[in-house]
Design a protein around this ligand. Structure first.
Ligand code: SME
Length: 171
């Protein structure tokens, strides 16, 4: 099934349908897969190319209870290491809650990997037992680019990833 790509830059079209399509495609691509790194790379690529308001899309891996290290991503360079006490990614890892930030400049401690980033959403990937595998970080150059629809679909995706890769020892 073709994935409908690119909404408009003002994001006024039906992006829920695009999420349905891209999540279905990710499901199919990851069927039977048990390599967590391959899965993260696949998810980052699929999401990044499905939405034109996604400008950096990728994962930070929880390598300890205090440190995130960059994983597979699409976009310009990302900071390599983020401790749990820093930035939006750190807040998501620490609180285990999605962080939806409409204006990154108003977020205390935001880490500006790119000066063009205006908004972002970070969703934790937790196993059903509550082990943090990673966070999914999406940054946009548009202000307030992410709404409840983005959050709902990305949380659904991360919940499924946490269940499918609950047994991984890859970090
Ligand atoms: N914006 C993130 C840092 C990661 S990069 O933007 C890719 C943050 O403040 O956590």
């Amino acid at each position: 099934m073709p994935v409908s790509t690119a909404t408009t830059s003002s994001k006024k079209t039906d992006w829920a349908a695009s999420y349905e399509a891209v999540l279905q495609r990710i499901d199919a691509l990851l069927e039977g897969e048990d390599d967590w790194i391959a899965a993260m790379a696949t998810v980052a690529g699929e999401l990044h190319h499905a939405f034109d308001y996604y400008h950096w899309t990728g994962f930070y891996r929880a390598v300890s209870d205090a440190l995130l290290v960059v994983g597979p991503y699409q976009g310009g360079h990302g900071c390599l290491r983020v401790t749990f006490d820093r930035g939006v990614c750190g807040a998501a890892a620490r609180t285990r809650q999605t962080q939806r930030v409409p204006d990154v400049e108003a977020f205390p401690g935001h880490i500006a990997c790119s000066s063009t980033t205006r908004s972002e959403i970070v969703v934790p990937v937790l196993t059903p037992e509550g082990r943090l595998l990673a966070v999914l970080d999406v940054d946009s150059d548009l202000p307030a680019a992410f709404d409840e629809t983005d959050q709902r679909y990305l949380e659904h995706l991360c919940q499924k990833l946490g269940a499918q890769f609950a047994g991984t020892t890859q970090r």
